[in-house]
Design a protein around this ligand. Structure first.
Ligand SMILES: CC(C)(COP(=O)(O)OP(=O)(O)OC[C@H]1O[C@@H](n2cnc3c(N)ncnc32)[C@H](O)[C@@H]1OP(=O)(O)O)[C@@H](O)C(=O)NCCC(=O)NCCS
Length: 351
């Protein structure tokens, strides 16, 4: 029998067989979530072309034994725009693991989509072997109901350091800082063309970031089939000066709030009222703790001022990325310090 692994581009005609593969490989809750998201995430993504999907499968003979699923996003790298493949789901059938199947067959990304990126819980050595860059990114936490959180984490090591950090952060957040009254923070149903104008004003001159345009944002936060987001905006006259996307979710018996995504034309002025409005809504919805990821210094400063602190983590999630060597113009954006990331980038928050 032919035992040579062969890579194929995914097509919609593979879908039914692929869903059976996912059900066989993953626990029931994970496979149900992947299948519920599949078309939205991997097929109807606005930037994934049906001719060249960012999803590949491996077959050995006729049998489907591997999947690497992704979607395309548009990136801004200090003035250069290009596509990236967000490769979130990597799977090998249990009978075929430990054979480095993907290393044998995975081609380089094409020059017009020169970056592959994603989030991973696997150790650094796994990424280094395939020449992916890999850096831990730690979540920021804000405690709203310390009692509920302490009861939840009582059995875990690290709870003492969470408690100490939380009290210090809460003291900071309680300090008076409101120099001016807040601008009007409104709730949005979706993103209109004002957000394109906001992106032009807010995009970072010298950093890398997923482009927040109307097409991307409406797909990401208004069309997702298995989650609902809260959209907040700062409005002045008819202009949108900033937005924040939040989500409430119940996990492991605890109610969590996520500050998923945010940009503002003037961070020092407009992030604070957006964060404050989201925290007020979280309190109304009886959220116990809030999670956010932010690497931009201005966003981190705004979160720290509202009582967020870096959460201690035994095995932090890693932001991983691969750059096509032919694109030397992108070399200055390989370092993690040049990326402005939030929880909304990639599929970190899609579970
Ligand atoms: C993760 C998975 C795809 C690995 O498949 P595989 O065929 O065993 O992987 P490979 O043979 O290509 O191994 C690649 C490297 O990853 C390491 N690795 C694989 N699974 C690992 C795990 N769960 N934890 C730590 N390292 C792991 C291997 O040891 C190997 O490292 P080495 O070069 O130092 O020997 C497979 O276990 C799987 O499908 N798991 C379920 C889905 C999943 O968890 N996906 C990962 C999402 S990031």
């Amino acid at each position: 029998m032919d035992e040579i692994p062969v890579i194929h581009q995914y097509h919609a005609s593979d879908r039914a067989e692929l869903f059976d593969f996912i059900r066989e490989v993953q626990p029931a809750d994970v496979s149900a979530r992947m299948i519920a998201q599949w078309r939205w995430k991997f097929e109807d993504n606005p930037f994934t072309s049906p001719e060249r999907p960012a999803t590949d499968i491996i077959r050995i003979g006729a049998k489907l034994v591997g999947l690497m699923a992704g979607f395309r996003v548009k990136l801004w790298l200090g003035g250069i725009e290009c596509f990236a493949e967000d490769r979130g789901a990597w799977m090998v059938h249990p009978d075929y693991r430990g054979q480095y199947l993907w290393r044998q067959v995975m081609p380089l990304p094409p020059l017009d989509t020169p970056i592959r990126m994603g989030w991973s819980k696997l150790p650094l050595r796994v990424h280094q072997k395939v020449k992916w860059l890999s850096d831990p990114v730690r979540p920021l936490v804000r405690v709203l109901n310390a009692g509920a959180l302490a009861a939840h984490f009582a059995h875990l090591p690290g709870v003492i350091s969470i408690g100490a950090a939380a009290s210090a952060a809460a003291r900071l957040a309680a300090a008076p800082f409101r120099a001016k009254p807040d601008p009007a923070v409104i709730r949005l149903d979706s993103f209109d063309d004002r957000v394109d104008a906001l992106w032009e004003r807010a995009r970072p001159a010298n950093h890398a970031m997923v482009i927040r345009d109307r097409r991307y944002l409406n797909w990401r936060y208004c069309q997702r089939p298995d989650a609902t987001y809260l959209l907040f905006g700062v409005e002045r006259a008819s202009k949108l000066d900033g937005f924040l996307v939040a989500r409430v979710t119940d996990r492991g018996g605890l109610r969590w709030g996520y500050l998923v995504d945010f940009i503002a034309a003037d961070n020092s002025r407009d992030l604070a009222p957006l964060i404050r409005a989201a925290l007020e809504e979280f309190r109304r919805q009886q959220v116990a703790a809030v999670l956010s990821y932010a690497t931009a210094p201005a966003a981190r400063a705004a979160l720290f001022r509202r009582g967020f602190f870096p959460a201690p983590q035994h095995k932090p999630i890693r932001f991983v990325r691969f750059f096509h060597r032919g694109r030397t113009d992108l070399a200055q954006f390989t370092a993690i310090s040049s990326w402005h990331l939030t929880m909304g980038d990639g599929d970190l928050e899609m579970s």
